[in-house]
Design a binder for this molecule. Structure first.
Ligand code: URA
Length: 216
């Protein structure tokens, strides 16, 4: 079977609404943070559909025993927020994945070269090969940070086919790079925008997500 990068833009009114709030330049930081939380929540909900491992069991209802499906507690689930901006999506993701381990990865973009450099790496030395990994970063622009994150993760045994990316705005350059390097990867995004400006910002995008989340 040939693997191909899949990019899902869930057609959900809540996702569309919170994307509009996030795009609006007049949205204050406090509301922008709420928009990121809600987008993190609903995109994680969509991403979890075919990704969270389940197992069959039986439960005793007040009236009878019945078959039931529960989340498999044996299979590790990890969320990797890419700092800073990925923190904005974390709270929403965490409400749906309360037992997930959170591994912070700090990647800053050099504004001249647009290349990422890693200033914080809290990833484990080795992932269990079955680990479900969810990466959060609102803006997939050049793809530099996400490629660097994927390299760190796969070096430590994470399986790209069990990895999901949750972002808010994705752009073609990032999607092309990720598709070439990690064809089994699946991305959930609120929208796909066409272009980047000369500084690597997505247009129309929503501006600097980190600055807007943290009011800087
Ligand atoms: N990072 C952002 O915060 N915004 C962009 O448009 C691109 C990268």
């Amino acid at each position: 079977m040939t693997l191909q990068l899949r990019v899902y833009v869930p057609p959900h009114p809540l996702i569309k609404h919170w994307l509009a709030v996030a795009r609006d330049a007049g949205t204050p930081s406090v509301l922008f943070r709420s928009a990121m939380t809600e987008l993190g929540r609903w995109l994680t909900y969509e991403a979890a559909r075919d990704w969270l491992p389940t197992q069959e069991t039986t439960v005793q209802s007040p009236l009878d025993t019945c078959l039931a499906t529960v989340i498999d507690p044996q299979i590790p689930v990890a969320v990797v927020p890419i700092l800073r901006a990925g923190l904005g999506l974390l709270e929403g993701a965490q409400t749906l994945l309360p037992l997930a381990s959170i591994y912070h990865l700090g990647l800053a973009r050099d504004e001249e070269t647009l290349q990422p450099h890693c200033y914080l790496n809290k990833l484990p030395e080795k992932f269990d090969p079955q680990t479900r990994v969810l990466i959060t970063d609102p803006m997939l622009a050049t793809g530099g940070s996400m490629m660097a994150a994927m390299a760190e993760l796969t070096q430590r045994g994470a399986d790209p086919t069990l990895t999901r990316i949750v972002c808010v705005v994705a752009a073609a350059p990032a999607l092309q790079k990720l598709s070439a390097a990690y064809p089994g990867l699946i991305i959930y995004t609120a929208t796909i925008d066409e272009k980047l400006n000369s500084k690597g910002y997505i247009v129309p995008g929503l501006g600097d997500a980190g600055d807007r989340i943290f009011g800087t």
